[in-house]
Design a protein around this ligand. Structure first.
Ligand SMILES: *Cc1c(COP(=O)(O)O)cnc(C)c1O
Length: 397
């Protein structure tokens, strides 16, 4: 029965209807089983090109085993917040391993990457402080900026000169924070980190880099974009990352100077007012960092697959928004075109989602394919062929 006009549920129904009419409706697609390159969508088999499991670790037996062992030995929950009785030896060990991996003096483990950004940004900057943020930063950073109640200024994508000009303003509270994704999640391109770091130093600001899509993938040993650019950890640099993408698990972290970690231990509400991540999650996270070093072939294979897919797509005349790395956004234009392109792909047995506003700017809707070391070369050829055919059908080519 539909609610009567004016009922709060009728108001919600109207809002949803407007969103759907604009081609911006969303729903959850069930994918099963969750690991591996072949999944079932609505009962039909499909090649999964939508996961951020870049190294193919979500199905790795060592991670599953580490999680099982931790659950058997330490139980299913951690029982309290980190600040109360929830900090286990497992959390401590993991934090030491994160700091060693990122070559920083200290690290702090959070429940998710989203919660890490909320806690890190709002824990470092507050009312009277200044945050300068890239216009294409991840939604969790945008929400974090709002939550901080600091003054927030947005600069055009990757424009470090504009960022520096904004940082030159007064911050009566005394704290300036420059915030950027290392790899941008929708475009797959990189922040100009060396220039941003220099700008931050000249303006006495901290640079916070979100390495969610970079950790495990970028740099010769998978340490992230900081390693890719040949930068060293320094007191000006605050690294944020997640275990949910290339590392095949769940949980976020800050890797930074001891003072930053001490501050967040006192101030990060998304750390203090939530229950500590369970033993299985912490143990799998710790194991995943070892795997990055033990199985470098995954990173090498991933790079080969990405090159092959990009070459194929360029040969077909399609516009790819990034030049390197496992995020391969194929431009469609309108929201409807992106939906048509994704539908065409699914019909041909490939699952990759359409990205539409507000996730991406108007007129820049796209299908975002992601490559994993779990894929094979023939998958790249199949995907490119299916994209070319679907793009012709959708009027994009
Ligand atoms: C995915 C992502 C996050 C959130 O990480 P979760 O661990 O999934 O919560 C944060 N920042 C960026 C840039 C991301 O892409």
């Amino acid at each position: 029965m539909s609610p009567s006009p004016g009922h709060p549920l009728a108001v919600l129904e109207q809002r949803l209807a407007r969103q759907r009419e604009a081609g911006l409706g969303r729903s959850l697609t069930a994918v099963g089983p969750a690991t591996g390159r072949r999944v079932r969508i609505d009962g039909r088999p499909a090649l999964l090109m939508a996961s951020n499991d870049y190294l193919g670790l979500t199905g790795h037996p060592r991670l599953a085993e580490a999680a099982c062992r931790a659950a058997r030995e330490h139980g299913s929950g951690s029982g309290a917040s980190r600040l109360a009785a929830g900090t286990l030896d497992l959390h401590r060990d993991l934090e030491e391993r994160i700091a060693a991996f990122k070559k920083t003096p200290a690290a702090l483990f959070f429940s998710t990457g989203y919660m890490t950004n909320l806690g890190a940004v709002s824990g470092l900057a507050g009312p009277g402080d200044l945050i300068v943020s890239d216009e294409l930063n991840h939604a969790s950073l945008i929400d974090a900026c709002r939550l901080s109640r600091a003054e927030v200024k947005i600069y055009p994508h990757r424009d470090w000169r504009a960022a520096e000009a904004l940082l030159a303003a007064e911050a009566p509270g005394g704290m300036k924070l420059l915030v950027t994704d290392g790899v941008f999640s929708m475009d797959g391109d990189l922040a100009p980190l060396p220039e941003l770091l220099e700008a931050a130093r000249r303006q006495s600001a901290l640079l916070l880099v979100d390495e969610a899509h970079a950790t495990g993938v970028w740099g010769d040993t998978g340490r992230g974009t900081v390693e890719h650019f040949g930068l060293e950890s320094s007191p000006d640099l605050v690294l944020v990352g997640t275990f949910s993408k290339a590392l095949g698990g769940l949980g976020g972290f800050v890797a930074a100077d001891q003072v930053v970690v001490d501050m967040l231990t006192n101030q990060a509400r998304s750390l203090l007012y939530t229950t500590a991540p369970p033993p299985a999650q912490a143990a799998a996270a710790a194991e995943s960092l070892l795997l990055v070093d033990d199985e470098p072939w995954r990173r090498e294979k991933l790079a080969r697959l990405c090159d092959r897919l990009r070459n194929n797509l360029a040969g077909a005349g399609l516009t790819v928004l990034s030049t390197q790395g496992p995020i391969v956004p194929v431009l469609a234009g309108s929201a409807q075109r992106a939906l048509d392109l994704a539908d065409g792909l699914l019909k041909r047995g490939i699952y990759a989602p359409a990205m539409r506003p507000p996730t991406v700017p108007q007129g820049k809707s796209r299908v975002r394919l992601t490559v994993s070391a779990g894929h094979e070369e023939e998958d790249m050829d199949l995907a490119a062929e299916a994209l070319a055919q679907s793009a012709r059908e959708a009027g994009i080519l």
